[in-house]
Structure formats: C-alpha cells, structure tokens
Design a protein around this ligand. Structure first.
Ligand code: CU
Length: 508
C-alpha cells in the first residue's frame, strides 16, 4: 500500500495559479508542535477580491464572515501540505472546478472486512468503512455532493468544521433529510485547520453505529520544512457483531465486541511506520457509539497538540503516553521518532483489545476442565473450555473458530503469541526506512537489548533464586487492611448548647 493520496487526481482550472494566490497561500501559517510559535501570531491576509470564487458565489451559501480565507487558490498537496497517511484506508480524490474543490460522497451499504474471516454488511461511504478521509486546506472553498444510495433517509454533518448553519447537516434542524436516490450539495469555505470528522446525522444510533463516519482533515498552508514527516489519520470505532452474524447490531448500548482502528481489528491493522529522526503526527478520531478510548503508545512520550476544536496553545500542552479520545472528538499527538523498535499502540481498556468471544465468559480461571471437556466432546467434537489459565493460547493453538468470527486475541508476533486483538496496532520505528514501506517486518533488537531467560550465571552472580524463593516479600503489616479509629467519646447535652465564645469553663 502506498500513500493513498497517490490516487488523488487534481484538475486545476488554468487561471487560478496566480502569483498573488501562491504568495497568499504561503503566508497562512498553521500551528503544530513544530511551529508552535507561529500559531500564536498568524499573519492577516489582505482580503482582496479574487476571480477564482466569483463564478460560484451567486448560488453558494454566504459565508458567515468574509475574511482572510476568502480569496485563496485551492491548496495543493506538496506545495501547501503533506497528505495524511491512512493505514487500511484512503483519501477521497477531488476535482477543482472554477476554483472550488469538488468531492463526491456516496452513502451506501458496504461489505466490510474487519479481518480475515470476519466480514459484515455495514453502512459507509464510497464502498468503504469508514468513509474515505476528506483532506483539504485552510482557505479552500469546497463543494461536497452527497448521494444517498441507502434505502433510508440520511444527512451528513461536518463535525468540528466552522460553517454556515444551513450546511451543518443535522437532519430536520439544518436541512431536510436526503431521500434515497437524491444528491444534496454542501458548500463552504474552510476557515480553520485541524482534524475534524464527518458522520451521518439522521437516525444517528443506526447510521453511526453501522459505520457512517469519516475523518475530515484540514491542513494549514505551510512550507514543507514546517510540516511533520509522517502524518497519520486513524478513526476508532466499536461494533456489536455476534459470532456468525452478518450485520452489526446498532441497537445495543453496551455489548460492543469488535473494536477497530480504521475499520480493522489487529492483526489486520496496518502498522504506523517512521524513520529515526522523523517528526510524526498521529490524528485520532472517535465516533464509536458509546465508548471513549484511552490510546496508549509504548516507548514514547508524546504531546497532545490539537483537539477537534483546534490547536492547543503551547503553554497548554502536556506530555502523555496515553491520550483519552472521547466519543465525538479527535485528539492529535506529535512526537519525534527517536526510539527504534516495534511499539504497541492500543486502547488501554482491556476489553477493547479482545475480540468477540473474549467477553462475558464464565470465569474458569483455576478450574481443571479436562474431565468436563472429555464429556462435552462426546456431544460437541472439538469442544474446549476456555480460560482456565486466562485467554492466552487462543491464537497459537490454532483453535477452530466459528464461521464469520476471529480468534478472540491477536496473532503470532516475532517471538510468540501477541495476546491483544481489537483496537491494537504497532508503531514501527527504524534507523533507516524507505518512504513508501508499509511494513518493514519485525524489529531485531541490538545485542543486549532483548529480554531473555536468565542464565544460571546471571542468577548466581546476582544472588537470585530462579524458583522465586528469596524474592522480597511485603514487610510485616504492609498489606494489613486499614481499620478506622474508634468513635470520639460521647459529649454531654450541655456541651452542645454552650456559647462558643465562652466555651471553656462556662458552666461552672
Ligand atoms: Cu477502547
């Protein structure tokens, strides 16, 4: 998989690449970890009229306020921004017509593959779940045609995008719903940059639940040297898909059992990659129906630089290893890839790195089920009671799984079974890495930097017993449950009525 934006076709109207347009475009600076000081003082652009937009203005919704964003030429990949990388996904191509970027979204049913062996009929856009990333530039005028190929009404909301009310896409409130077979047109100028989203805003429980969501990335117009080297776009989601069923159930409130990054469960999630020294931005959106996801990255301290509300001022940022991405929001984190390795990146909710059959099982930990299994196998060949020692081993032993399901845990890693599935992926950092490598294979740690079985010599030298005896144990009393002190002694009635000013000795 190359950068999905290889597929972007851009047709520029011949007259819009004016010298003035380019100068203006270059002057609009954006904020990021790498140019945070610039963010505090964005240059004001002289709002001169520009022929590029006059052609469509007569039928376009008036913008909320004219300003420095109104007269820019359409932002170009490479010149004004570095396109995002969408693991397991893609970016929606556009055309340019009379200075307006034109996109076409189609809402429709999609046969979606979460992982090998696990498919379902979901709802998405343009043949994909989630919808393709919409990518544009601050200052772009954009027009999005939305064709409804569902059998249901729908609308599309541009989450976090600052736009006129009538373009906001809330069914019944901002517009009438789009009927099956109809195409609506949304048009507005992008007056911000950041990581926004789009999603159905009609019968939200059903339509968002079935996957009708996507990221909407708006880049600032910057010089290449001011941008991250790799800019990843990830969308989180959760699904209720009973083993063997072919449609997710959008009506549940708690029972989500398939947890995805860009629509995939690990090990079907493509890794994020970087070369040592590269500046990496990771945008994470969450339109799961019900759950926030604390996304944890190993091996790094990162900085949270943006929410879907915009850039966080430098003074308001703090370092993190886990960023909570609440439902209905995005978080953008940035780091410099200075620690080579294969680093886990996953939701830290333990049930969110477990797939389908991992949830709600009876607790059999510590149970010897061999006798039971033998009995049950007479009725159900291959039956195995799961989880006497926990859930590990479910991948490795190649246990047969029912039709249309995935093993409840991950896959075989470089050494052993990776016991996480679901909302899990890997950040692969290498000393040297070609630009277009999707997966450089497993990391081979340098000599002396890999955890291995302790040798007898090492144990002896350290005075450590390999059977665990002699290891420190809690000091006497350290783990004793605390008990509350006894109640205070009861006071006499006269005490409670005494004058506080003359409390002591007043009753003598
Ligand atoms: Cu989670």
């Amino acid at each position: 998989m190359g950068t999905p934006n290889d597929r972007v076709t851009v047709r520029l109207a011949p007259n819009i690449l004016t010298r003035r347009g380019l100068l203006q475009a270059g002057a609009v600076a954006g904020g990021s970890l790498f140019l945070a000081r610039r963010a505090a003082a964005q240059p004001v652009i002289d709002p001169q009229p520009d022929a590029a937009h006059t052609a469509h203005d007569q039928h376009a919704t008036p913008a909320p306020a004219a300003g420095p964003h109104d007269n820019l030429t359409p932002g170009e990949a490479g010149t004004h921004y570095t396109p995002v990388i969408v693991p397991n996904g893609w970016t929606l191509p556009y055309t340019v017509v009379d200075g307006v970027k034109v996109f076409h979204l189609v809402a429709e049913e999609v046969e979606h593959e979460f992982a090998e062996g696990l498919k379902a009929t979901c709802w998405g856009y343009n043949g994909s779940v989630h919808g393709p990333v919409i990518e544009a530039c601050e200052g772009d005028r954009i027009r999005i045609f939305m064709t409804n190929r569902l059998k249901a009404l729908t609308t599309t909301h541009w989450h976090g995008v600052l736009l006129p009310s009538g373009m906001d896409g809330v069914g019944g409130l901002s517009q009438r719903a789009i009927k099956p077979g109809e195409t609506f047109m949304y048009e507005f100028t992008l007056r911000q940059h950041g990581t926004c989203m789009y999603h159905a805003h009609h019968d939200e429980m059903t339509q968002i639940g079935l996957g009708m969501t996507g990221l909407f990335v708006i880049h600032p117009r910057t010089k290449a040297s001011e941008r991250p080297d790799r800019d990843y776009a990830l969308m989180l989601h959760e699904w209720a898909l009973a083993v063997g069923e072919s449609r997710p159930n959008p009506n549940v409130m708690l029972d989500f059992n398939v947890l995805t990054i860009n629509g995939k469960v690990f090990p079907a999630t493509a890794p994020l990659v970087a070369q040592v020294g590269e500046r990496v931005r990771i945008r994470i959106g969450n339109l799961s129906p019900m759950d926030h996801h604390p996304i944890h990255l190993h091996g790094y301290s990162f900085t949270v630089t943006e929410t879907d509300g915009g850039v966080i001022p430098e003074s308001g940022r703090w370092p993190e290893t886990t960023v909570l991405v609440p439902v209905g929001s995005t978080r953008t984190v940035e780091l410099v890839a200075n620690n080579p390795g294969d680093w886990a990146m996953h939701c830290h909710m333990t049930h969110h790195v477990m797939t389908q059959m991992g949830h709600g099982l009876p607790n059999t930990i510590g149970v010897d089920a061999r006798g039971l299994d033998t009995q049950v196998r007479k009725l159900l060949p291959g039956y195995m009671t799961m989880g006497q020692e926990g859930m590990a081993g479910m991948t490795e032993m190649g246990m047969a799984v029912p039709a249309n399901s995935t093993p409840m845990v991950g896959g075989i890693g470089p050494y052993d079974e990776i016991t996480m599935g679901g909302m899990f992926t890997i950040f692969k950092v290498r000393e040297s890495l070609a630009r277009d490598v999707v997966d450089p294979g497993w990391y081979a740690p340098p000599e002396g930097t890999l955890a291995l079985p302790a040798t007898d010599e090492a144990l002896r030298t350290a005075g450590v017993e390999g059977d665990g005896s002699g290891a420190p144990m809690p000091p006497e009393g350290a783990l004793r449950p605390h008990t509350l002190p006894p109640p205070l002694p009861e006071r006499s009635t006269t005490d409670t009525h005494s004058d506080p000013k003359s409390h002591s000795g007043a009753h003598q």
